[in-house]
Design a protein around this ligand. Structure first.
Ligand code: N2P
Length: 361
């Protein structure tokens, strides 16, 4: 009898816990990628608590997703990673009938993200951007005699990069972006899956390694802002956040962002719901909220990344929609390239090369 009672109590407790869990959404997004007021406002409006966790690498996200049972309801992989994750069944299709704000999305971007997710059945664009060069204007002036950077040679010519070694060089810890950047600089197709060409790109990256202070994908923001890094291969909005942090600190550090003339990667970060998400309904509510024009504009105005939401554009600050580093003009878009994911064999090579480049062994 006692045991039955205990069982009933445990059941009641479990039921209570499940009911409480119903009002939760577990979001796993990139670091420095949202105005946290948005999360508080979502909670106030919907009564759904947001458990928000961050990463700064597609590889880390992918490891968690492939292991399964991540516990996440909304995740934000970039296009190429999303594509190969869709193929192995990581995500569930989005029930578009629950996404009342889908009409706000921007066709031009939806078309591009269709390359990775045909028909955008599994994902919605959160933000997009470019991978270029963040730099300290005064350090560049002192070393190169120019106010701006217009070529990747600053990074990929070892003799030029050596001039910056004393003031701090940070490179993204993202093999899937740095190998294409090196291929592009070498005059090859940045999307090439040819192993000999990938090896050549790896050798170029190894040759600049002695002048690199740090490989990281988020610490460079404060490093640029504090004057601890003078050159960083980084993401558009992150560099512009560094520019703002320096201006706020009033520390005489001037940070700028360049998309060099040889071109740069254009990437797309996509909101998606894991197949085993514990709260898929709340995930849809969250994604739909993010697609509101005022919410998406607030997000972009805060993090300086472009978004895929056309209806948000009239609400964007002029220094966001009007800044070609964020919303590139036609001519610049013409220089941008996109890449498709590596298959398993190529990925093994890329991972091996990247470890060697980073550790120097
Ligand atoms: C935000 C970085 C997101 C861009 N800090 C990487 N896809």
């Amino acid at each position: 009898m006692f045991r039955i009672l205990m069982g009933a109590a445990a059941l009641a407790l479990a039921g209570g816990a499940a009911a409480a869990q119903d009002k939760v959404v577990n979001v796993y997004n990139w670091s420095d990628y949202i105005d946290e007021e948005i999360l508080a406002e979502f909670e106030a409006e919907t009564g759904i608590k947001v458990v928000y966790d961050v990463f700064d690498s597609n590889d880390i996200l992918e490891t968690k997703l492939l292991a399964g049972a991540s516990g996440y309801d909304v995740v934000v992989p970039s296009g190429g990673f999303l594509q190969r994750q869709i193929q192995v069944g990581v995500f569930q299709k989005l029930d578009k009938s629950k996404l009342s704000n889908i009409g706000n999305m921007w066709d031009a971007i939806a078309k591009r993200t269709s390359l990775y997710d045909p028909g955008n059945e599994y994902s919605i664009n959160y933000m997009w951007g470019t991978t270029g060069i963040g730099y300290n204007v005064d350090s560049v002036k002192a070393r190169l005699g120019t106010d701006s950077i217009d070529s990747w040679s600053v990074v990929f010519d070892p003799a030029t990069l050596a001039k910056f070694a004393d003031c701090g060089v940070h490179i993204l810890d993202a093999a899937d972006e740095m190998i294409p950047a090196a291929l592009n600089y070498l005059g090859h197709d940045p999307n090439s899956k040819d192993k000999a060409l990938i090896e050549e790109a790896g050798a170029l990256l190894e040759s600049i390694r002695p002048h690199v202070t740090s490989f990281n994908s988020s610490a460079y923001i404060n490093a640029l802002a504090d004057g601890d890094a003078c050159l960083a291969v980084g993401w558009s909005g992150d560099v512009l956040q560094a520019r703002d942090r320096a201006a706020e600190a009033n520390n005489n550090v001037n940070v700028e962002y360049a998309i060099p003339r040889e071109g740069a990667l254009m990437w797309f970060d996509q909101m998606a719901i894991p197949a085993d998400a514990p709260h898929p309904e709340n995930a849809l509510t969250f994604i739909d909220y993010i697609m509101r024009p005022d919410v998406m504009a607030k997000a972009s105005n805060y993090v300086y990344y472009a978004n895929g939401n056309l209806a948000s554009q009239p609400l964007l600050a002029e220094d966001v929609i009007g800044d070609p580093a964020i919303y590139p003009d036609e001519e610049t878009v013409g220089k941008l390239y996109v890449v498709l994911p590596y298959g398993p064999g190529e990925q093994r090579l890329v991972t091996r090369l990247w470890t060697r480049i980073k550790t120097g062994s």
